[in-house]
Ligand binder design. Structure first.
Ligand code: NAD
Ligand code: GLY
Length: 371
């Protein structure tokens, strides 16, 4: 099976995303051309270190590249000021220089934190994303959003810092727990729903085999998702316009994540998938798309064994008014007006200004009624 390549076209900051099986073992050859000297800093988490660090180190050693490694605790709490300080001070202690390269080996937590640490170390060093979750392969490793959380909210501190290279090794997804894989699949579905009806149809036909482990299908799905993200990021790197489309389902998702304390009751990708159902339901009620569209989205998630109803979130949820208040904290709110990504059909999302609160409330009341 051959590797796939996608270019993120950003002028002199353009870079390639390689998608394929076994890329970690070939990382040395892939990264070598970017190195001023044969030494890199590797940031990872403890779980990923146990499963995949040795393969990466062997791939680097095969090209004579030495490494220093820091494995941080697992989990969202790692995207913190404390861990950022620890990472930056560690790289300084290890004498990582301005022309050196850091490798972020892990999911979105390590990619976001590592990218931000790379952005501020000695006013910016280059970094390579080696994403090991499906979510990180199709979303967080591409596009240059980096950062940490603050007591004031998720991703409130950060910068745009594009990687130099992304190596998405679809083979490492074999060790990903099924729930994490399906959460990442929520982001994959999002791409079809926002801009490619044929891709959504392809997922309806191939989703089950893909989740059950077909490497060829996994590689194709990651490649198509990355291609779509790359096109959008090239058009709108800093989210002045079109990039907001990538947030389909996210306004609902962020409110649900906040309502469940960002805990294990709801993973981010699960919330995105649920949020897509609600965004399509809302679009249908506003007469923007057919009534069949939300039914089809829900049916696909159900057939994949994913959460598709608010009732699938364990425990109690707050009432519709509280959820709407949480939605008003969204980064897309401008001058107090709630903006959301809605759709004119499957594959036809757009950013809606000033959404009618009464429709939103009725969608949430009905969704909560069935929970
Ligand atoms: P994560 O990094 O916490 O990884 C999820 C879990 O999977 C962790 O326990 C991790 O140790 C484990 N893991 C990772 N790879 C594995 C593998 N191959 N085998 C077995 N276990 C593995 O979470 P995530 O879902 O990858 O990323 C979520 C983060 O991404 C959030 O912080 C979110 O804000 C961020 N994000 C960023 C962007 C962006 O554009 N920068 C986009 C979407 C999400
Ligand atoms: N994950 C949304 C974005 O990168 O813009």
């Amino acid at each position: 099976m051959r590797d796939e390549f996608v270019k993120v076209a950003l002028g002199d900051r353009s870079y390639d995303v390689h998608v394929g099986n076994g890329l970690i073992g070939r990382a040395g050859a892939e990264i070598r051309p970017f190195l001023a000297r044969p030494r890199v800093a590797v940031l990872t988490d403890e779980t990923v270190a146990e499963m995949h660090l040795e393969a990466l180190q062997a791939g680097l050693a095969a090209e004579g590249i030495g490494n220093v490694t820091l494995a941080l605790p697992v989990g969202e709490a790692t995207k913190s000021w404390d861990m950022l300080e620890r990472t930056v001070e560690w790289m300084l202690e290890e004498r990582i220089e301005r022309r050196d390269v850091m490798i972020a080996l892990g999911g979105g937590v390590i990619g976001d934190l590592g990218g931000f640490a790379a952005a501020i170390l000695r006013r910016g060093i280059r970094f390579v994303q080696v994403p090991t979750t499906l979510l990180a392969q199709v979303d967080s490793s591409v596009g240059g959003k980096t950062g940490i959380n603050s007591p004031h909210g998720k991703n409130q501190v950060g910068s745009f810092h594009q990687p130099t290279l992304v190596l998405a090794d679809t083979g490492v997804l074999e060790t990903l727990p099924r729930r994490e894989f399906l959460a990442g699949y929520g982001e994959v579905v999002k791409y079809g729903l926002l801009g490619d009806a044929a891709f959504f149809e392809w997922l309806e036909g191939n989703g089950r085999s893909l989740v059950d482990g077909d490497l060829g299908l996994r590689t194709q799905a990651v490649r198509r998702a990355v291609e779509m993200k790359a096109e959008i990021v090239a058009r709108d790197e800093t989210e002045e316009g079109d990039r907001a489309l990538l947030n389909l389902g996210h306004t609902f998702c962020h409110a649900l994540e906040a309502a469940t304390d960002y805990g294990d009751r709801l993973l981010h990708g699960e919330g995105v998938a649920l949020g897509c159902v609600l965004a399509f339901e809302m679009s249908a009620r506003m007469g923007l798309c057919s009534q069949e569209a939300p039914v089809r989205v829900r049916a696909h998630l159900e057939s994949m064994g994913m959460k598709f109803d608010l009732a699938d979130i364990p425990g109690d949820l707050p009432d519709a008014g509280t959820l709407i208040d949480l939605m008003r904290q969204d980064k897309k709110v401008v001058d107090g007006q709630l903006r959301m990504v809605l759709a004119r059909g499957i594959g036809a999302a757009f950013v809606a200004e000033d959404v009618p609160i009464e429709v939103l409330e009725s969608v949430l009341l009905d969704a909560l009624g069935s929970s």
